[in-house]
Design a protein around this ligand. Structure first.
Ligand SMILES: CC(C)(COP(=O)(O)OP(=O)(O)OC[C@H]1O[C@@H](n2cnc3c(N)ncnc32)[C@H](O)[C@@H]1OP(=O)(O)O)[C@@H](O)C(=O)NCCC(=O)NCCS
Length: 356
């Protein structure tokens, strides 16, 4: 049995920088509020109608492939994590395959809908396939075009100021070097609080989950015997239900609990300690969350990589973008123990330990 390694990484962020002050022109917010609560100074937005979740992923993938010493056509399995896909269906996996010209008949593509932990879940799937010898060049990519689906009025400010666009990719290959590779991945989920951070409409639920939870609010869902355009009504649009919603404080509390928990679980699984971590790459949800996790694990500043200040929260792309930047900055060297960790909507969370 092989172990798998991260053979090449790449990232892409759109050129367009959007500052907090620019957002304040659309909604009641301020640079001071955003920086104090989240650490975010600016984020990137893709070029509408020219850049998409898929095209950004293609940029990141080409870089990752070059660094892994393969051509994009050599990829045999694509794992694509995003919550902002180009289409409702089919998923971005096949769109990326087309974009990269991967035409060989063994190729396969899988889409992952795990929001902020999507890259961690993807990495774990890739790890299993490579270890069993099923695939040799697995692409794990996280990409988000949030700017196309946010509420830019004051109503959506708690969510909109946080998110940004970008993509990160990794090529996973087998290695026989026992000193290198993915040591373990730990994944978790708990659907109890699914609606605490969610993008509910359009969807096929017709109010089922709300009713089951005892919420009798009339959301204006069409009557059960209506067929056709049942996914989205004017009433829903008027209430901003076509945008993501979040109970920020609740999410915050869960995140600061689950991050350290899953990191310790991963370390325990391979008999290592927090003091063995050379670089922690936390999902960039909020700088305050990362700082809290850093403090809990007693890691020094040089052992945690944060770039949320520049990019905001790029959801599935945030871990690979941060990993790539830390590596490009020379902060990750051969033999280092790198810990990747993420928590997000679902809730879903996970951690991976990689010997670089
Ligand atoms: C979103 C978050 C920054 C909000 O910070 P908070 O301190 O919890 O703020 P609250 O949501 O309690 O809102 C406090 C006040 O600020 C206001 N507010 C919310 N967003 C604002 C913004 N962008 N600008 C100005 N005021 C804002 C609220 O309306 C509220 O006003 P009120 O007291 O008059 O009702 C914070 O909760 C957070 O980061 N949570 C975790 C989010 C996360 O990580 N999500 C991704 C998970 S992967």
């Amino acid at each position: 049995m092989f172990r798998s390694k991260i053979a090449g990484i790449g990232h892409y962020v759109p050129e367009r920088v959007v500052t907090n002050d620019e957002l304040a022109a659309f909604m009641e917010t301020s640079d001071e509020w955003i920086q104090e609560r989240t650490g975010i100074q600016e984020r990137r937005y893709g070029k509408k109608h020219e850049e998409t979740t898929t095209t950004m992923a293609a940029h990141a993938t080409r870089i990752a492939c070059e660094r892994a010493g393969i051509a994009p056509e050599d990829i045999d399995f694509i794992i694509f994590a995003t919550l902002s896909p180009d289409y409702y269906f089919p998923g971005c996996g096949v769109l990326l395959q087309r974009e990269l010209g991967i035409t060989h008949k063994e190729a396969a593509a899988l889409d992952i809908r795990n929001q902020c932990s999507g890259f961690l879940y993807g990495l774990s799937v890739a790890d299993q396939f490579v270890r069993t010898g099923m695939y040799k060049n697995v692409l794990v990519v996280g990409s988000e075009m949030h700017s196309m689906g946010l509420d830019f009025s004051t109503r959506g400010r708690n969510v909109t100021v946080i998110f940004g666009d970008g993509a990160g990719a990794a090529v996973i290959q087998p290695t026989e070097n026992p000193e290198q590779g993915i040591l373990t991945t730990k994944l978790h989920s708990d659907g109890t609080y699914a609606e605490k951070l969610a993008f509910i409409n359009p969807g096929s639920h017709g109010g089922y989950h709300a009713k089951k939870a005892g919420d009798d609010t009339d959301f204006g869902y069409p009557s059960p015997d209506t067929y056709g355009e049942i996914f989205m009504t004017q009433h829903m649009m008027d209430n901003g239900q076509q945008y993501p919603n979040m109970e920020g404080q609740f999410v915050f509390k869960m995140a600061v609990q689950k991050f350290p928990e899953v990191i310790k679980e991963a370390l325990d699984a391979v008999g290592l300690q927090t003091t063995d971590i050379d670089m922690l790459i936390p999902h960039q949800a909020n700088l305050r969350i990362s700082q809290f996790v850093q403090k809990t694990l007693r890691l020094s500043d040089d052992k945690v990589w944060n770039n949320i200040q520049k990019y905001g929260n790029t959801t599935a792309a945030s871990v690979p973008i941060a990993l790539c930047e830390a590596w490009e900055a020379g902060k990750i060297k051969s033999g280092d123990l790198v810990c990747l960790a993420a928590f997000g909507a679902g809730f879903t969370w996970g951690a991976a330990l990689v010997r670089w």
